[in-house]
Design a protein around this ligand. Structure first.
Ligand code: LIP
Length: 300
């Protein structure tokens, strides 16, 4: 059957708000306790807490109860499931879909009490994000979108916020988010730093400097902030589908574009690998193709 995106969106918003409550309470409990430790995953800066796991278990349970046919991929329970869909039989009763969630995006921020923390829940059908909800429980900011229905902040403010919908003219006027991520050994780190340097000020960009660089420490919030207009661009290598699925839906509904690893051109070519490529450049509006500097950054 056709998916009812309105009711899925409503369900996802309520789920994110409940997850947010768990995150807030979980942080208070951790800060009150002497013995709350985080675990390390791939390395000493790739962290997970008991709250990430509890929130993911809660989200999974709710989704399985409500949408028993949907597949589920979560950051903390990932076992290599593929995001790219088998053929989708449109109009038949079974429409393969996947729910991608990151229980706490910005786990490092959560541990430190830095308020850029979000739960990010996205639904992809046929490999394309169709519903996305990102909720920051510390700043009480709820970003939500469903395909074809627009993107909103706190349900009421349509994104991008007024006056922020114009295409970006040049990197020289941009506020750009970048992230170090958890992969910091060679060659990953030097290559990231080179891009940061290029964006900050570089002869490669004809001596242009962007207005400044930012790091929110959460892919989901970086993307949501590009969607709302507070950032012009976000560049990161190393994200997973659960970091970006909800954000892509929100960004696209706000008139922005996400480029992935296939290096699709700014002419609007579709990137078939958007959920699996691990390399992302989010932009509000499409920059003019004549801006060589934008093209160069996109191709990194
Ligand atoms: C985080 C991302 C962030 C990235 C970090 C990390 P987590 O997700 O959202 O953008 O730079 O390395 O992957 O681990 O907090 O869910």
């Amino acid at each position: 059957a056709q998916l009812d995106l309105d009711s899925i969106l409503e369900f996802t918003i309520n789920l994110a708000l409940e997850a947010g409550e768990m995150i807030r309470a979980g942080q208070q409990k951790r800060f009150a306790s002497e013995s709350s430790n985080e675990d390390e995953k791939v390395n000493s800066v790739d962290l997970v807490t008991e709250v990430d796991k509890a929130v993911e278990a809660f989200i999974t349970k709710k989704i399985k109860e409500t949408y028993p046919d949907h597949q589920f991929i979560g950051e903390e329970t990932f076992k290599g499931e593929k995001v790219t869909d088998e053929p989708t039989w449109i109009g038949k009763s079974h429409q393969p879909s996947k729910c991608l969630t990151n229980p706490i995006d910005g786990t490092t921020n959560f541990i430190h009490g830095f308020p850029c923390v979000a739960t990010s829940i996205g639904l992809a059908v046929g490999g394309k994000p169709v519903v996305g909800v990102i909720y920051n429980p510390f700043l009480d900011q709820l970003y939500s979108a469903a395909k074809g229905k627009g993107a909103y902040l706190n349900r009421k403010t349509k994104l991008p916020i007024t006056g922020k919908g114009k295409p970006l003219q040049s990197l020289g006027h941009a506020l750009i988010a970048i992230e170090y991520g958890s992969s910091r050994s060679a060659p990953a780190l030097p290559s990231k730093v080179k891009t940061f340097q290029t964006l900050a000020a570089s002869p490669e960009l004809g001596g242009k400097m962007c207005h400044s660089l930012r790091s929110m420490g959460s892919a989901a919030l970086n993307i949501a902030t590009v969607a709302s207009g507070g950032l012009d661009m976000y560049w990161e290598v190393g994200c997973w589908a659960w970091d970006v699925c909800a954000g892509i839906c929100i960004l696209e509904e706000a008139g922005g574009v996400m480029f992935g690893s296939k290096g699709s051109s700014l002419s609007g070519e579709v990137d078939s690998d958007l959920l699996t490529g691990r390399k992302y450049l989010a932009m509000r509006g499409i920059a003019p193709t004549s801006d060589e500097s934008t093209l160069q950054v996109q191709q990194r």
